[in-house]
Write a protein that binds this ligand. Structure first.
Ligand code: SR1
Length: 360
């Protein structure tokens, strides 16, 4: 029988462990240990020995796009035997800097930076590089030749949407535009919108709104409702982020405007597909990648750098246009079903090598 002393000690140790875990959560240290850092047969160093630790430091984590991105990164990390530490994004620039510093102290070999504000990241990323840590960035332009940049070709994405908008509505319409400055993908899509307006003088931007305050879709819906009331002639809404489109649609549904408006967005998830397919939905098209694939590409880019096989400086995952008609005609209800119809939603050949196991 165990002594009373021993049992008291066990209780104390358990409470201490819980306290450490709770402290980790409060301090927002990496809480996810995803995979065993196992050796990968036939792979170059350091993957042949295992023990490779990589950090994924997010600026944004909420919403379907970022959840699928993380899931894709986890799956690819597991296939590579990488121990992936994920730092949740809370849209807090100071916290993201601190997380990068924590990853450096933890002794990771590579860091994936997912979104963020370049000015608050550049020096801390340089600190990581100076210590020999490899860095890749998704959708944040760190302007550093040593940091490969991953993106979804935002120019193509916006062009696909706006071409479709002209196809559906002609080259003259009153538009609402949902935008928040300072996010690299949104800024790149905005550049296309500005060029588009210059080339289509009969397109009038009647109202502009946008916020990334959580819950994003609901906050955008509140703004959209006011914009629709003030500008009842709006017929097209360019909302190139799925959370924005959800908000624009919510407000359209509530104001009974679904049959008068057409919404064009970016991104796609199973719940987006459901919203686009809903009877009489105003959300008629989106241009998107599979964000799980983009997460996998981000991990592969970091792995290539670690193996001394530098990927291209600009790594692009190409988007595909998906219309409501495509979804309805092909009876597509999920991302998996979308992958059966559009191969680009199954995998990408960006940042691949023979020794990297597929995980998509
Ligand atoms: C706030 S930035 C949101 C965008 O980031 C990713 O690039 C997704 O495509 C999303 O639209």
């Amino acid at each position: 029988m165990r002594s009373l002393f021993r049992r008291k000690l066990d209780v104390k140790l358990k409470s201490a462990t819980l306290a450490v875990l709770a402290a980790a959560l409060v301090a927002n240290t990496a809480v996810s240990v995803i995979a065993q850092a196992a050796p990968l047969k036939g792979a170059p160093a350091p993957f042949d020995k295992g023990g490779v630790k990589v950090a994924l430091v997010n600026y944004l984590s909420t919403g379907d796009f970022f959840q699928a991105y993380e899931a894709g990164a986890q799956k690819q990390a597991k296939a590579l035997g990488i121990d992936l530490r994920i730092y949740e994004g809370r849209q807090d620039a100071a916290e993201q800097r601190e997380q990068i510093q924590q990853a450096i102290s933890l002794g990771v070999s590579a860091i994936i930076v997912n979104h963020g504000l370049p000015e608050s990241l550049k020096d801390v990323v340089q600190r990581a590089l100076d210590k020999g840590i490899k860095v890749v960035a998704f959708d944040v332009d760190l302007g550093n030749p040593k940091v490969p940049q991953i993106e979804q070709s935002d120019r193509d994405l916006a062009s696909l949407l706006l071409d479709q908008a002209v196809k559906d509505n002609g080259d003259g319409f009153a538009a609402g535009y949902v935008y928040v400055a300072g996010f690299a993908p949104l800024d790149r899509r905005d550049a296309v919108w500005r060029d588009f307006k210059a080339a289509h003088p009969k397109v009038q931007e009647k109202a502009r709104w946008g916020t990334v305050d959580n819950p994003i879709a609901q906050s955008v819906a509140n703004q959209a409702a006011a914009a629709y009331r003030a500008h009842p002639d709006i017929r097209v809404v360019f909302a190139p982020y799925d959370e924005f489109a959800r908000g624009a649609k919510l407000a359209a549904d509530e104001a009974n405007l679904s049959s008068k408006l057409r919404i064009y967005s970016a991104d796609i998830s199973t719940s987006d597909i459901e919203a686009i397919r809903a009877p009489n939905s105003a959300w008629v098209a989106t241009a998107a990648t599979n964000s799980a694939v983009v997460g996998a590409v981000s991990v592969r880019a970091a792995a290539l750098l670690l193996a001394g096989q530098a990927p291209a400086h600009r790594i692009v995952v190409k988007p595909t246009l998906i219309t409501r008609d495509d979804l309805v005609k092909n009876n597509i209800r999920t991302i998996a079903e979308l992958g059966e119809k559009f191969p680009a939603f199954r995998s990408s050949d960006a940042a691949t090598a023979g020794w990297i196991p597929a995980a998509e």
